[in-house]
Every structure is written in structure tokens, then in C-alpha cells.
Design a protein around this ligand. Structure first.
Ligand code: F6R
Length: 610
């Protein structure tokens, strides 16, 4: 949420920052802006809307200079209008600041500044922070120190970048809670919220940790804590390619990411699956193997789509390892004071590795003494760094706001973890081999579904004007029903509910009539017959049934108006295959409705605020 960038070097800062903001736009697209310094003067260009709107403004009135900061906003405090857009400046227009996060004590700071005679124009917490820095600068005449002292008093979350004509040769960057890194080039440096903004320029990065700041000039940088302590700043090498963050001929990132799933899923188990032994080799868990073996309980904490993957993980781990598993909404975790024992193992599941609620759950669980591990996509992210050990899902950068490939890879990794734990407990080699063999087939089976997407387009066209949708599934596919409904809601703005199919008769059945399309996930497993009965109940109330069923299931065709077939696999892996048609259905419905698939309204990728 919110993307920030800063540049210092020899290039045209504005042009470079606009390109970077385009890459960061998935983090927020309510407004965009840049500030640059040229000939001792600070110029700010900003406006409500997308980066393309900012570019229009810059075409008429270009920015100049080789130092600047930029921002793409997901609004928290104040409407998404021109005034509230970042960068914000102090009263004299000499200090500019961009911010990702929330300054929680901004009301008291605001009051204090107004009393001291400073003027505030916008409704944002960010302007308050900018003017607060100015108020300290006025007393000490040192920009980096003014930023440091202001941040020591600020409460809440921030990733910030500051420039000023008062000291025009530096960018000051700092973070607490919101991600920030410094890309290191040849006499040039780029500060950014994430690596997608800098990969075009350099692979060398310094990740700032919470409560750290960097004072960056074109000659180098000094990094320290906000408490003024020296830090050991290690340089990391980025390991993904530029092509992975481009659309590559697809109309949308979401579609590209859906179509990447045969390879991203393969990457999740590459080098980790030992089919002959029916075992998984998870190098990232080796340091904690004994803790895992002894764990009386496993807790999976996550948000949104990652939480749905966690539900599938619960079923898989309990089935294979016979260890009790609890799935927690990371956003509730620390507020309900959960019972945690030191022997418990907590897995935090997060695509971005930056979700504020999940990060807070990690910290809470660590505080209580549990072993905290990560299942994360983004290498170098906060959750990856703050957990004791873990397993990367290796899905590559996910740019589409609606998560797709991360979901299937998370389930793939959870299946490996379930296999790994199972084989340490009671799972036989023979059963392990069957699971490993089934996992190996999944990439081709995903491809099979993708090759038949035309049928899904037809269904999307027919139901594009529906006002509500119901998604029903049971057992391993109940979480997929939740995920299918979430995908539709977030990108097409159609109200959708995911439900456990058998629970429907306890209330939601009242919603069914001829206007309610009902998507049933009806794969052939031990409760298939029960799901068929649930379909009959819906048909008896004139609901239109769309079924996701196994190839070769002739019975379902007689009951459902539309059937989308998936290849056969073992029940625990069906969620990976059943999720695919639901991702495509949501995508094509959103497209039919003219929605902005990659930038759905009100949303943003990587929720770094509570
Ligand atoms: C939905 C979606 C969100 C995320 C959630 C957690 O398509 O993308 O629900 O799954 O915000 O994000 P991560 O996995 O990055 O922690």
C-alpha cells in the first residue's frame, strides 16, 4: 500500500521515478506525485488518479534535476484528491516528503504545530510529519538529525523519503513497519518500497530494517538506527529478472500470472520432492526439524487469499501428520491474546511478506516464545527476515492485485510441509510416494485447464450481469469456495459468498432463486454424493448451477447448467486444480464488465497498514 521512490545520481530523476512509480503502482493508485530539486529550487508535481495522469501533467510542465522523490498512493487519511497527494512539503516549500504508512499520533503533533504557528493545508498525517521535521530543523539546522528526532517521536508505521533544498545533496530514507530498500548503482542510488522499482537499474540492494534510516548521497550512504546506533548494513543481490515483472504480451498481470501457474507450481517443488522416497526435502526447515517433530500444535496465521491457502494446509497437515492445526486470521491474532505454548510452531503465510497484520502476528508469537516460521514469496521481505526459518514459495513477483499464482504455490508448499511432517510421524512410504507422484503431475494438469479456458469465457459472458454469486464446496474445496468468491468480489465488484456446501441449508439457502448463480465444486471424493444432494437442493429452488467437476463425470452434466472439467488427482490436491477455473471465471467476468482487473477500486497489493 503506497509505493515510494527516491533517486539521486546523474540521470533525469523525474523520468526515472515515473518509470519506477509505474512498477510500484500495484501498491496503490489513488494519486501519484514527484518532487525534484533543480537549481536550488524544489518542484512538486502531483495529482489524483493514476501514474498516467501524473505523466500528462509532467508532459505540460516537466520536472528537472537529478535528485527527487515520488509516490503512488493508497489513501488512508484524507480523500484521494490533488491536495492530499504526496509529496507533501513544509510551509516554505523547502522540504518534501513521501510516506507509506500511518502516523498514529498525528493529531497531537498537528495540535502542537498549529499552536507553534505552523500552517497545515491537507488532511494527511504525512503533511504533519513533514512540518514536524521542519519545526525541528528550524532549531538544529541539520536535516538528517531533524528527520531522526521527528521519527523518534512519531508513532505508527512509516517508510519515508525526504529531500530538501536546505541540504540538496541527499535523500533521507527511514522505515518502521513499511518496507524500504536502497538500490545501489554506479554513483546513483534508488530508494524504493520494493525491488520491482529498481531491478531495471541495479541488482545490489540494502534492505532497511524497522527503526533504521539511511542518508543517501550520490557518493554513498550512511545507515544507522533511528536511535542513532551504527548498523551492519549487508548488501543483497536480487535474484529475479526484469521479464518477470513485465506483462509479456498478456492484457493484464492477473492473466499472465494465472497462465504462469504450470511453471510457478513446478518451481514450488523443484529440488524439494523425492518421489521414490515419498518424501519432501525442505532445506529451510532443517534448523527446526526437531522442534517440528515435537510440536504438539501447529498454527497457521495469514490474511485474505493466504488465509484460504492456510485452511487447505490445515486439512492437509492434520490428515498426513495427525498434528492439530489451527488457522488464525493474522489480523485478530494479537488482539485476542491467543493461548500459545513454547512448543507450538507458528507458520506465517504471506505472498508479500509485508502484510502488517501478519507481521504483527509473527512478532506476537515470537514474544510468547513459540517457534515462528514463514511461508513467503518475496525473498528479503520483513516476514522472511523476522522468522526463524521457513520455506519460500518461489512464485516470482506477483503484480496483479488479485492473488492467483501465489495461492496455488502456497498450497503446493503446504502439501510439501504436510508430506514432510507426515513422513516424520505415521505416513507410510507408499502413501508418501502416491502423494509425491500426484504432485508431480499437477503442472501438466494446470496446463490442461488453461488450454480449455474458452468454455469459461462463455460462462462469464452469460453471468456477467449477475448481482450475486454463491460458491459452495466441502472438505478440501471449502477454502476454494471462499477463494473463488473473493476473486470475483475484488475484481468484478459482484457480491459473492463462499460457503461450506452443507452449511447452506442452515440459512443461506434462503438466498437461492432463479437470479442466483451457484458455483459448486463437486470433485469426486468421499463426499461427492453429499455434494450432489446439495446441488439437487439448489436446483429445486431454481438456482443456476455451474459445477467444477472431474473429467469423465457424466452424472454432473445432468444436474448442472454448466460444467467445467478438471483432470483427476488425489483429493488433497484438488484445490490447486479447482482454483484455476474460478480465477479465470472471475477474470473474464471482470473483463466483460469493463473493470480494471489489475487495479481494482479501493484495493492495493501488500497491505502494510492495519
Ligand atoms: C486477494 C489478496 C489479498 C491478500 C492478502 C494477504 O486476492 O491478494 O487477500 O492475499 O492481503 O497478502 P499477503 O499474502 O501478501 O500477506
Amino acid at each position: 500500500m503506497c509505493g515510494i521512490v527516491g533517486y539521486i545520481g546523474k540521470q533525469d530523476a523525474t523520468q526515472l521515478m515515473v518509470n519506477a512509480l509505474r512498477r510500484l503502482e500495484y501498491r496503490g493508485y489513488d494519486s501519484a506525485g514527484v518532487a525534484s530539486i533543480h537549481a536550488d529550487s524544489l518542484k512538486v508535481h502531483k495529482r489524483a488518479g493514476k501514474v498516467a495522469d501524473l505523466e500528462k501533467l509532467l508532459r505540460k510542465n516537466p520536472g528537472k534535476g537529478s535528485i527527487g522523490i515520488g509516490h503512488t498512493r493508497w489513501a488512508t487519511h484524507g480523500n484521494p484528491n490533488d491536495l492530499n497527494a504526496h509529496p507533501h512539503t513544509d510551509n516554505s516549500g523547502e522540504i518534501a516528503l513521501v510516506h507509506n504508512g500511518i502516523i498514529e499520533n498525528y493529531q497531537s503533533l498537528r495540535k502542537k504545530l498549529l499552536e507553534e504557528g505552523y500552517v497545515l493545508h491537507s488532511e494527511t498525517d504525512t503533511e504533519v510529519l513533514t512540518v514536524f521535521i521542519r519545526s525541528i530543523y528550524d532549531k538544529i539546522n541539520d536535516l538528517a538529525e531533524a528527520v531522526r528526532l521527528a521519527l523518534a517521536e512519531a508513532q505508527g508505521a512509516f517508510g519515508i523519503a525526504v529531500i530538501s533544498t536546505l541540504e540538496p545533496d541527499k535523500i533521507i530514507a527511514a522505515r518502521r513497519g513499511s518496507p524500504l530498500l536502497v538500490g545501489i548503482g554506479d554513483s546513483e542510488y534508488i530508494v524504493a518500497s520494493d525491488a520491482t522499482a529498481i531491478i531495471q537499474h541495479t541488482r545490489q540492494v540494502l534492505y532497511l530494517n524497522d527503526n533504521e534510516m539511511a542518508i543517501v548521497t550520490s557518493e554513498g550512504y550512511v545507515a544507522k538506527t533511528i536511535d542513532n546506533e551504527a548498523i551492519d548494513s549487508k548488501i543483497h543481490n536480487l535474484e529475479f529478472d526484469l521479464e518477470r515483472i513485465e506483462r509479456g504480451g498478456f492484457d493484464h498481470f492477473m492473466l499472465k500470472e494465472i497462465y504462469e501457474q504450470p511453471s510457478t507450481f513446478r518451481d514450488a517443488f523443484r529440488g524439494r520432492l523425492l518421489p521414490q522416497d515419498g518424501q519432501a526435502r525442505l532445506g529451510g526447515l532443517i534448523p527446526v526439524v526437531e522442534k517440528l517433530r515435537r510440536a504438539p500444535r501447529i498454527i497457521l496465521a495469514a490474511c485474505g487469499t493466504s488465509w484460504h491457502a492456510a485452511l487447505v494446509g490445515e486439512y492437509m497437515i492434520e490428515m498426513l501428520a495427525r498434528v492439530p492445526v489451527e488457522v488464525e486470521f493474522a489480523s485478530e491474532f494479537r488482539y485476542r491474546n491467543p493461548v500459545l505454548n513454547k512448543e507450538d510452531v507458528v507458520f506465517a503465510i504471506s505472498q508479500s511478506g509485508e502484510t502488517a497484520d501478519t507481521l504483527a502476528a509473527v512478532r506476537e508469537a515470537k514474544l510468547k516464545g513459540a517457534t515462528v516460521l514463514g511461508i513467503v514469496n518475496v525473498v528479503g521481505s520483513s516476514i522472511a527476515r523476522e522468522t526463524e526459518a521457513g520455506v519460500f514459495i518461489h512464485a516470482g513477483p506477483e503484480i496483479g492485485v488479485a492473488s492467483t499464482k501465489a495461492f496455488t504455490s502456497q498450497i503446493g508448499v503446504l502439501a510439501l510441509i504436510a508430506l514432510f511432517l507426515g513422513r516424520m510421524q505415521h505416513l507410510s512410504q507408499r502413501d508418501g510416494v502416491a502423494i509425491a507422484m500426484a504432485l508431480k503431475q499437477i503442472p501438466e494438469q494446470i496446463q490442461y485447464i488453461l488450454d480449455r479456458s474458452e468454455a469459461i469465457k462463455t460462462i462469464a459472458h452469460k453471468f456477467k450481469d449477475a448481482r450475486n454469486f454463491m460458491y459452495l464446496g466441502r472438505s478440501f474445496n471449502f477454502p476454494v469456495a471462499l477463494e473463488g468468491a473473493l476473486k470475483l468480489k475484488e475484481i468484478s465488484y459482484i457480491h459473492a459468498e463462499g460457503y461450506q456446501a452443507a452449511e447452506m441449508k442452515h440459512g443461506p439457502l434462503a438466498l437461492i432463486d432463479e437470479h442466483m448463480p451457484v458455483v459448486f465444486i463437486a470433485t469426486q471424493d468421499e463426499i461427492y454424493d453429499k455434494v450432489i444432494s446439495n446441488i439437487e437442493v439448489v436446483r429445486a429452488r431454481n438456482g443456476s448451477v455451474i459445477a467444477i467437476a472431474n473429467e469423465g463425470d457424466s452424472r454432473i452434466a445432468e444436474l448442472a447448467e454448466h460444467v467445467i472439467y478438471i483432470p483427476n488427482t488425489i483429493p488433497m490436491l484438488t484445490p490447486i486444480l479447482t482454483a484455476l477455473p474460478l480465477q479465470l471465471l472471475a477474470y473474464y467476468i471482470a473483463l466483460e464488465r469493463g473493470c480494471d482487473v489489475d487495479m481494482p477500486r479501493n484495493l492495493a497489493k501488500s497491505v502494510t497498514v492495519e
